[in-house]
Write a protein of this length. Structure first.
Length: 225
């Protein structure tokens, strides 16, 4: 049986993790691309080995852990390196999430599953999904949040945004848009409305009545900004 596939995406510092946590508490299982990425670069893994060959040992701690901030700084400044890193990581990340999606649907066909993928459009994965939910925040708010959250200068925050497509360009390709610039109460109202729409469609697609119980799955995301 072919199940409907739903993606959750947004720009950096858009508050997507907060929205993911809200969906999780409503009963969705949220498959986290960031977690899959961390798993993919565990020391000794195929992706880890490929990155070490590409980057050299200076981008790794003595225990083998990847120096994530140093890598982020490099790929901001070097588009060729960014493309090569993404070519190593993106297929592995998507494969792991697909495996987990199939496992969940075998066990609980009615459960709503969201693929939380920050770089959904940049990685070319958008066409794999029936519904895309975008967490939207105007670029200026993204910049201000990045500066506060990561201790960046304005120039660094603006440079960080260049690693993703402009968030306004993503709006036209998304079926559901949640504006996370209006306060948490308003965001929650939008999430609840989206949840009602999604669960109706899941039931109509033959998945049964979607579960609304609290989600204990370790892949789910808690609230954070």
């Amino acid at each position: 049986m072919a199940y409907r596939r739903i993606a959750l995406t947004g720009g950096i510092a858009s508050g997507k993790s907060t929205v993911a946590g809200m969906f999780s508490r409503l009963g969705a299982i949220v498959l986290d691309a960031d977690k899959a990425a961390r798993d993919a670069v565990e020391p000794g893994s195929p992706c880890w080995s490929a990155l070490r060959e590409l980057l050299g040992p200076l981008y790794f701690h003595p225990d083998g852990e990847l120096k994530r901030r140093e890598l982020r700084n490099r790929i901001i400044d070097n588009q060729d390196c960014r493309s090569r890193v993404n070519a190593i990581l993106h297929p592995a990340i998507m494969s792991a999430m697909e495996d987990e999606f199939r496992r969940i649907k075998r066990v609980d066909p009615g459960r709503v599953v969201l693929f939380d993928i920050p770089l959904l459009f940049e990685a070319g994965f958008a066409d794999r999904f029936d519904t895309i939910i975008l967490v939207y925040t105007p670029p200026e708010i993204q910049i201000q949040r990045l500066m506060r959250r990561d201790g960046l200068t304005r120039e660094e925050a603006e440079a960080t945004l260049t690693m993703q497509l402009p968030i306004d360009s993503k709006k036209v390709r998304c079926r559901i848009i949640i504006d996370n610039s209006l306060g948490m109460d308003e965001t929650a109202l939008q999430v609840n409305a989206a949840w009602e729409k999604i669960t109706r469609e899941e039931a109509g697609a033959g998945g049964g009545t979607p579960s609304s119980k609290q989600n204990p799955d370790p892949q789910s995301r808690g609230p954070e900004r």
